[in-house]
Design a protein around this ligand. Sequence first.
Ligand SMILES: Nc1ncnc2c1ncn2[C@@H]1O[C@H](COP(=O)(O)OP(=O)(O)OP(=O)(O)O)[C@@H](O)[C@H]1O
Length: 408
Amino acid sequence: MASLLVLTTLANNDKLDALPAFSAIMRGDKKESSIHRIQEVALEDVEMSRDYDVIKTLGEGCFAKVLLATHRRTSTTIVLKAIHTELTGVKDFYREFHYSYHLSPHPNILSVYSVVFKADDCFVFAQEYAPLGDLAGNVRAGGLPEQSCKNIAQQLASALEFLHSKDLVHRDLKLENILVFAADMSKVKLCDFGSTRRDGSLVTKTKCTWHPFIPPEVCEVVSNERYHCRTTADCWQLGIIIFVCLTGCPPWQSADSISDPAYCAFLRWQKRRTTKVPPQFRRFSSRLLRMFRRLLEHKADKRSSVSEVNKYLKDAWMERKSPAATAVGGGTSSSAAAVSGDKRDYLNMYLDHGDEHNQLSDESKSKLKRLLNSYGLETTVDQKVMTKRVWEWLMTCESELESNLEGI
Ligand SMILES: Nc1ncnc2c1ncn2[C@@H]1O[C@H](COP(=O)(O)OP(=O)(O)OP(=O)(O)O)[C@@H](O)[C@H]1O
């Protein structure tokens, strides 16, 4: 397969030299507007089990199965993203591959190789391997150390600045789409450009995003109604990701200014109708509060751009308070109970989301499973393990909370 020549070169980390057009993209040459011209590449039919040894399944999203595999002839280990043809039209596949490939020179965007083919009922393309998985598997109860969160914030902001400079909107920023290459988070990369569109395009809501990550202007859109996507939505999602990394849970269930009490409290503070900092934000320094106020601005056209993050990287982010005060957000036991309730809601949301996903794609998923089983691949992926992990996390949060309350 000719494309494997490129794969071998790219695996040596010299992809910028291998693909000169990319240097122009990195320099920001205006001529590269071809990034908006989606290329349709010839899709060779490949017998996957003949050419690849699949080592294991790394993940399963709403559309794709992600496999760690070795190419037999060259002994190159890569990741194959296999998207069932019934879950994605060929045009959508071309778009995802095109954006993934053209954006991948950035150091904080996952490298995608020029290996793309069709195997039975799947469209497949190859990527580099992230040995430590995604951020969802790395963020634990109580969040990550401050420096790790700053590392993540800085790298994500850089990746998104690059995307936005090309007039592209990622639209699906979440922990599962950030891959980890170093335990201290000094190397993370953004992936999954399946929802990426040109700024201003007419779109419908993405199906598999958790409610807390959806910006208020998108929450207001009715299902199946079309709206113009904007880079400002990514700025909001970056703010939520930073919050979740710092605390281990999202700030509210939904950015709905009518029905969500935690979001309403934040909005009152943000609009300076009260000086009372919402409980879930009380552990943060005034500088970090300023950043959240700007990234999580309710009105999209007033929201700061992703580069705002860079202004706060040298500041302290957490208030140094007594452990008990920090654990309950510096508030009363009733605010602690509210935080606990939020966590339970988050768990429910996660489980609801899983059910919705299963119902939506049961038939297609079983076809995908049959296909993958025919390659001898295990297909009992991780929903149960994930659910168990979320439950364990919830239980840890609640027992920590109880002991903190006893100490008050
Ligand atoms: N290159 C990689 N290395 C290691 N793990 C990966 C890699 N790519 C993806 N994964 C794992 O597979 C999961 C699903 O991948 P991906 O987000 O690309 O699929 P998807 O079907 O497009 O997801 P979504 O449900 O967001 O649409 C990721 O959350 C991650 O855990």
